[in-house]
Ligand binder design. Structure first.
Ligand SMILES: O=C(O)c1ccccc1NCC(=O)[C@H](O)[C@H](O)COP(=O)(O)O
Length: 255
């Protein structure tokens, strides 16, 4: 039940192929009995922030080698509603141990941010304390619904990510309840902040009543204005990680 990765273009294809080569099932630690709900946290009043622990990225190179626990604690103090933890090691400098340590340090729901290309990665996410996983439609294609079902079976929520109209159709058909619209084209790494509002409006026009999340490229309050009243949440990584004071930076962004 693996997606066909040969058809995935650019950097995204490279990362996903490398990830797929590395998946070898092994005995997992016991999963926490309960984890907080990602969906419920994002539905609190106002625009919720999912703050991301992101040490490096293909588009930026090294961002900041900050201890993930220190970053997550600062995010919690600053009012984040959830924390996204990168667990991809080669391009983003993350790891599952970061997820586990952050789980033990904060009460917020955690998103395992990775390039899920094998069902075992869902089991890992659950075992290491995630409330939710990222499912990227550009990677999973017609298997998106299968991965969504498997995530639910394991007690995980899923942020189903799209970047184009075609991917939006696939996500809606698959039954996504939490829909992420990425302003970043993961093949070319170009960012266009008009993408999220455009596809967000389209999703609502198609009858999507679930949680809408805008992703990538945000660094000021002004840039968040087009999301108000349309989106439930925004996912922010690079600009927060680059700030000298993460807690203050988060407060300044969302007030
Ligand atoms: O960030 C990248 O360069 C990147 C490259 C290839 C695949 C995924 C990538 N990022 C994943 C994300 O979607 C972001 O980490 C997340 O939305 C936060 O974005 P930002 O605030 O721009 O760091």
């Amino acid at each position: 039940m693996r997606p066909r990765l040969g058809r995935v273009p650019g950097v995204l294809g490279e990362i996903a192929c490398k990830r797929a080569e590395e998946v070898v099932p092994y005995p997992l630690p016991p999963a926490p009995e309960t984890v907080p709900s990602f969906r419920e946290a994002l539905l609190k009043p106002g625009l919720s922030v999912i703050a991301e622990v992101k040490k490096s990225s293909p588009s930026e190179g090294a961002i900041r080698a900050l201890d993930p626990v220190a970053a997550a604690r600062a995010y919690q103090r600053g009012g984040a509603r959830a924390v996204s933890v990168l667990t991809e090691p080669h391009y983003f400098g993350g790891g599952l141990e970061d997820l586990l340590k952050v789980r033990q340090a904060v009460d917020l729901p955690l998103l395992r941010k990775d390039f899920v290309v094998d069902p075992f990665m869902l089991e890992e996410a659950r075992a290491y304390g995630a409330s939710a996983v990222l499912l990227i439609v550009a990677l999973l294609g017609e298997l998106t619904g299968v991965y969504l079902e498997e995530a639910r079976r394991l007690g995980l929520e899923a942020l189903v990510e799209v970047h184009t109209e075609r991917e939006l159709e696939v996500a809606l058909e698959a039954g996504a309840e939490i829909l992420g619209i990425n302003n970043r084209d993961l093949a070319t790494l170009r960012i266009d902040l008009a993408t999220a509002p455009r596809l967000g409006r389209l999703a609502r026009a198609r009858g999507f009543q679930g949680v809408l999340v805008a992703e990538s490229g945000y660094s000021s309050r002004e840039e968040l204005k087009p999301l108000e009243g349309l989106f439930d949440a925004v996912l922010i990584g690079t600009s927060l990680m680059r700030s000298p004071d993460l807690e203050e930076a988060l407060r300044a962004l969302v007030g």
